[in-house]
Design a binder for this molecule. Structure first.
Ligand code: NAP
Length: 325
């Protein structure tokens, strides 16, 4: 019998070239998207997901989905896949030009409505301001993807507190505040989806450097578990999506691209697969509350749980390959 962590697909991905990969590589494995689409909660096959470029759902048929960190990587891919499924989109990040370009592309390709919000989630007032702007625009969020995030290299004491505080605002406080702001309307409607993008780092031992990253992702996992339990009886489904190394701009922003480029190819995930797995996880009849894309990462997490001292030893001896102290 195959143990639970090994079930499902294990993505074959190209070796890292040290650059953000060509998103066209996504077209190489449409079967995975089809499989995810087939498992939606009403069992219906979503045409939009199966034939990406020819999709024309009528505007306004989907729920408004708010995606934070929509200007690149996993968040951008969430926008693409949710638009293909007919959702209207609120795209949020700091780089407004990128958001506008993506919004225009998705509007014309999928005939969905979009709303661009340039906001810095490190600003403690941002979640309330965002909610106010959406309310003024008559937008009710029914699908929330808390995805924005980054890493801070260095040890706790080497980094100024202001940098840590901003980090916690983005990675922890904004996730809770946006969920708190939009969940009541989902409960009132008896339907809603929340995906909180966490990480395998929240499920495995932390090591020196990037001190608050694993801690913040562990928080997001625990927060999502509680929220899933609170939302279940009201039709609100919640998942913590926990990817491992994924091709995006993340490691360029964090400054670890040189190190992580040397990691073996089997550890790398494509944003396209991560997002398809995450959407499937939250939309299935019984959501996966903690969703780990990639059999290799399910195995790693399972082994860590089975033997924590071994997990800690492995993490500490390999940390120099992906952490900057
Ligand atoms: N890539 C990986 O290996 C990996 C693995 C596990 C988990 N994750 C998680 O996946 C999520 C997405 O990361 P990614 O890999 O897609 O990285 P990415 O390509 O660097 O995207 C990060 C996104 O977050 C936004 N963002 C960062 N700081 C922000 C702020 N202060 N206010 C608003 N938006 C902000 C960025 O937009 P602007 O710069 O335009 O604001 C960008 O759109 C993160 O939560 C990350 O922790 C990534």
């Amino acid at each position: 019998m195959i143990p639970e962590p090994l079930r499902g697909w294990c993505p074959k991905v190209p070796q890292d070239t040290g650059r953000f990969p060509d998103p066209q590589a996504a077209g190489a494995r449409p079967w995975r998207l089809n499989r995810a689409a087939r498992r939606t909660e009403n069992g219906a096959m979503n045409e939009a997901t199966t034939n990406d470029s020819n999709t024309t759902p009528p505007a306004g048929t989907g729920t408004w989905a708010l995606v934070t960190g929509a200007s690149s990587g996993i968040g951008e891919e969430f926008c693409r896949q949710l638009a293909a499924r007919g959702h209207d989109l609120v795209l949020l990040a700091r780089r407004e030009e990128r958001l506008r370009a993506l919004a225009a592309e998705l509007e014309s390709r999928h005939r969905v409505r979009t709303f661009v919000l340039a906001a810095d989630l490190a600003d403690p007032g941002a979640p309330e301001a965002i909610a106010g702007q959406l309310e003024a625009a008559g937008i009710e969020v029914g699908y929330l993807v808390n995805n924005a995030g980054y890493g801070v290299p260095g040890k706790l004491v080497a980094v100024p507190w202001d940098t840590h505080r901003d980090f916690l605002e983005v990675m922890v406080t904004a996730v809770c505040a946006l969920s708190r702001r939009f969940m009541p309307a989902m409960i009132a409607r008896g339907r809603g989806h929340i995906i909180n993008v966490a990480s395998v780092a929240g499920l495995t031992p932390s090591t020196a450097g990037h001190t608050l990253y694993g801690a913040s992702k562990a928080f997001v996992v625990k927060f999502s578990e509680a929220l899933a339990a609170e939302g279940a009886e009201h039709g609100v489904k919640v998942s913590a999506l926990c990817p491992g190394f994924t091709y995006s701009e993340f490691h360029d922003v964090t400054g670890t691209r040189g190190q992580v480029s040397k990691l073996p190819g089997f550890l790398w995930l494509q944003a396209e697969d991560v997002v398809a797995y995450g959407i499937d996880a939250v939309e299935r009849k019984r959501p996966r509350v903690v969703a780990i894309p990639g059999a290799i990462y399910r195995l790693i997490v399972w082994l860590n749980g089975a033997c924590p001292p071994l997990g800690r030893r492995m993490a500490n001896s390999n940390a120099h390959k992906f952490r900057k102290t």
